[in-house]
Write a protein that binds this ligand. Structure first.
Ligand SMILES: [Zn+2]
Ligand SMILES: [Zn+2]
Length: 257
């Protein structure tokens, strides 16, 4: 008799446990697709520090015929390794997708392509960055210069492959790897919150020209406004520009290395 009663108590206990499990599980707002739809700079601290995410995955998706140079890929990896705190490592994946064959890409179209092709989202301890390389130009080009790349969401960036191809290699033009890597690192810098877009400035150094907001005021810095536009061609050296002290200090203060 005593044994049966104990058993009953056990059942009751188990029933309580299962009831506990039926409570709705609160969704983690920092993982999954939802966490990839924020504005540029909003994930800066997640990308820089190891507070929430200890590993980083960079997913590169390129249209047929626009495979990035291995130089660009290794520069991006080195850049992230140098600036972010990811003790569990940085992983890079590359994948080809069919060419869309469009001349111009709008931001809506770019977002739609990301929805279709992006596979890696923040998951567990891993924060994810998406880079899309398209086979055309950007629709919203300014009159006096054109855009080579853009950061368009908190963990998303795009490179306009055709612009890179037509402006690199050959006489008096920068090497393709150099141009591609320079623009890719500049856009990564925006995702890391530079300048004053998600990562606070230690010392004020944002360009005061209203058309150049979120850029560094130092013309020698990677985060100078001209770097992502055709203007970069006028001052490109034989190497990728580096972040200046002001930009470096901002990243450190926001949890980076
Ligand atoms: Zn920029
Ligand atoms: Zn700077």
């Amino acid at each position: 008799m005593k044994f049966i009663r104990n058993k009953l108590i056990l059942f009751a206990f188990l029933a309580l446990l299962f009831q506990g499990c039926e409570e709705p599980i609160r969704e983690d707002p920092f993982v999954g697709i939802g966490a990839s739809r924020w504005d540029v700079g909003k994930s800066a601290n997640f990308l820089l520090s190891d507070d929430r995410f200890t590993a980083l995955e960079l997913e590169i998706v390129y249209m047929e015929g626009f495979k990035p140079t291995s130089f660009m890929v290794s520069e991006m990896r080195d850049f992230l390794q140098e600036l972010t705190l990811k003790p569990e490592g940085i992983r890079v994946t590359e994948r080809e997708i069919p060419a869309e064959g469009e001349e111009f890409y709008t931001t809506d179209k770019i977002a739609e392509l990301e929805n279709r092709y992006r596979e890696s989202y923040n998951d567990g301890n891993t924060v994810s960055v998406f880079l899309l390389v398209v086979d055309g130009f950007f629709m919203q080009n300014e009159e006096e210069y054109f855009t080579i790349g853009a950061a368009y969401r908190n963990t998303s960036m795009v490179l306009f492959g055709k612009r890179i191809a037509e402006n690199s290699g050959g006489f008096r033009k920068p090497g393709r790897g150099n141009l591609e890597a320079t623009v890719a690192l500049h856009e990564l810098g925006h995702l890391l919150g530079l300048v004053n877009i998600g990562t606070e400035m230690v010392t004020p150094h944002e360009d005061t020209d209203q058309d150049r907001e979120f850029h560094c005021d130092n013309a020698d810095c990677l985060m100078y406004w001209a770097v992502e536009t055709s203007n970069v061609l006028n001052f490109m050296q034989n190497s990728v520009p580096e972040l200046d002290e002001n930009c470096r200090n901002d990243l450190r203060a926001n949890g980076g290395r």
